[in-house]
Design a protein around this ligand. Sequence first.
Ligand SMILES: C[S@@+](CC[C@H](N)C(=O)[O-])C[C@H]1O[C@@H](n2cnc3c(N)ncnc32)[C@H](O)[C@@H]1O
Length: 333
Amino acid sequence: MQHHDLIAAQKQAFSLVTGLADTQVITNLITTNVIETLGQSPKKVQDIASACNLNENVLARTLRYASFIGVVNFDDDKYSLTEVGKCFLRDHPGSLKIPGSFIGSAPWRDAWNNFRYCLETGEPAFNHAFGMPYFDYLDSHKDFGGQFNDYMTEMTNRIIPAIIEVYDFKGFETICDVGGGQGTLLKAVLETAPKAKGILFDMESAVTGNVLGETASRTQIIPGSFFDDIPAADCLMLKSIIHDWDDENALKILVNCRKALKKDGRILLIEQVVEKPYNARELFYDLHMQVMLGGAERTEKEFCTLFESAGLELNLIIPTKSQAKIIEIIVLD
Ligand SMILES: C[S@@+](CC[C@H](N)C(=O)[O-])C[C@H]1O[C@@H](n2cnc3c(N)ncnc32)[C@H](O)[C@@H]1O
């Protein structure tokens, strides 16, 4: 290896292994409001420090680092956001503000700190770090649980147009959103299917803050666990559910879906499907699901194996303009 190739490889290796600084710098620039402050206009470091109530010396060094990794520019003694930095603004299209603040937050960070536990045991790191499963933690820590439900609602809201554009829900009598959270997807889907009735099914803590709006009048809210029983419907939607679970638990949910599905009904999973060429998002979420819940992002083949074990079969996979696909499943003949 040439000397300059070695230096380049070492530089890249150093930058990869110190990525935790990138995460913490970005998360904290978001949560201390520096990003939004810079979004208003370029500012001197002392003005940012006083607007955000931060230590000027450490802020100056943090912004120098942020400039090095391409989040801010430094010109004429003032900092401003780069195009990358603007992605962390609240009102930026496809804003990464909410995921950016969550990724560095204590429950997610401390779970990732125990990543080695996943590697050694195949179990979720979260349970090792916090002594309980993630969804029990959300239930018993209402503040964080509420923030997580808001985060899911926001992330789901972004891909709703891409989902309702490619799938016609009008023919269904009853659409049940299984693990539907606050009901943001169900609301949008029911708005496209004026004759359909809805069922929002999730844990008590998630459905209490529902956002069903006017569709509430034709929606039944049923708190419960999908490991026990799922309400009967001819359309069962599960968005970002199966990837939360390992194969054993995912199978239990799918078997309960099969039992709940009315004749000629459809089960719709709305998930990423891992395929080549890989992208950063699906590979990150694959590991993140393992860390938090013992879950995984799956390939089409892995999904099909699960479906077959549950007495189901893949009907079709519908791509959307978002990263999520609609995986339509029917009962195996
Ligand atoms: C990743 S969130 C997805 C929420 C929603 N489907 C969305 O995409 O916005 C997973 C959901 O599963 C729900 N959940 C977890 N365990 C559950 C259980 N045993 N029974 C029913 N819902 C459950 C959580 O409360 C949460 O709303």
